[in-house]
Design a binder for this molecule. Structure first.
Ligand code: CDP
Ligand code: CDP
Length: 225
């Protein structure tokens, strides 16, 4: 392991992890890891290759050598731009199904660790603070009420011109929360030492400023080496 700073932002779907993590990374000039995208890419690739989402061994093989690249905010799988495809709700559900498989999680560890580069990293997902970067300088657990999260996701989809149904969104969200929280391998829960930030009543900008404030405090209180 290396000692570059890491800020982890974990939490349930549509709590604002991606938005907050991306902006904090930009502000600090840090790298950014969207770990959920790796699970989504693996699920998308399995679907394209007609591999069953229960076939742990075959999916772990795909995950270990994911032919993906992240270029200027675009997600590439082999030579395809799959930026919109991977964000589809159906792929989110498929990602949460393969994310319960321990061999698949193990296969994605080294790729996630490789994002930790100078001067630092902001990583978002479910187990960034608990499993992948337990020595992070700051761990955040973002959360928000199911209603707030469903209406945020709804707004995002409508803005993209994708039709959405609030009832289905709430159902998907609850189903994914339940699967992510109850699985044996790296379940969704606040990492030890994580600060919980409920964003139901605050804007994304306020959440970003709060995280930056906590990071500055963590830097001040760090014993000099
Ligand atoms: O990554 P995650 O699924 O946790 O959430 P996201 O994709 O960042 O989506 C959150 C959406 O809610 C974005 O459209 C944000 O602008 C909005 N939002 C937020 O992130 N934080 C708030 N405190 C309020 C709204
Ligand atoms: O943006 P949203 O929160 O909806 O989803 P995501 O972060 O892209 O993650 C999609 C799915 O991948 C989640 O429902 C989890 O099951 C899984 N995941 C995980 O298990 N561990 C991570 N570090 C990130 C995502």
């Amino acid at each position: 392991t290396n000692k570059y700073a890491v800020i982890t932002i974990d939490g349930p779907t549509a709590s604002g992890k991606g938005t907050v993590a991306h902006r904090v990374a930009k502000h600090l000039g840090f790298h950014y890891l969207d770990s959920g995208a790796l699970y989504r890419l693996t699920a998308l690739m399995a679907q394209r290759k007609n591999i069953s989402l229960d076939d742990e061994a075959s999916i772990a093989v795909l995950a270990r050598a994911l032919p993906c690249r992240f270029v200027h905010g675009h997600v590439m799988l082999e030579d395809d731009d799959v930026t919109d495809d991977v964000r589809a709700e159906a792929i989110g559900v498929a990602a949460s199904r393969i994310a319960v498989l321990p061999e698949v999680r193990k296969a994605l560890v080294d790729l996630q660790l490789s994002f930790r580069n100078a001067p630092g990293l902001v990583a978002d997902g479910r187990d960034m603070g608990s499993v992948i970067f337990p020595d992070a300088s700051l761990k955040i657990f973002l959360t928000a009420s199911a209603e707030a999260r469903a209406s945020r996701r709804y707004k995002q989809l409508i803005e993209k011109g994708i039709s959405a149904n609030m009832e289905d969104l709430v159902k998907d969200l609850m189903e994914r929360d339940a699967r992510d929280s109850t699985r044996a391998a790296a379940p969704l829960k606040p990492a030890s030492g994580a600060i919980i930030l409920d964003t139901s009543e605050i804007t994304a900008e306020q959440a970003v400023n709060q995280v930056l404030e906590w990071y500055a405090e963590a830097q001040e209180s760090k014993p000099s080496q």
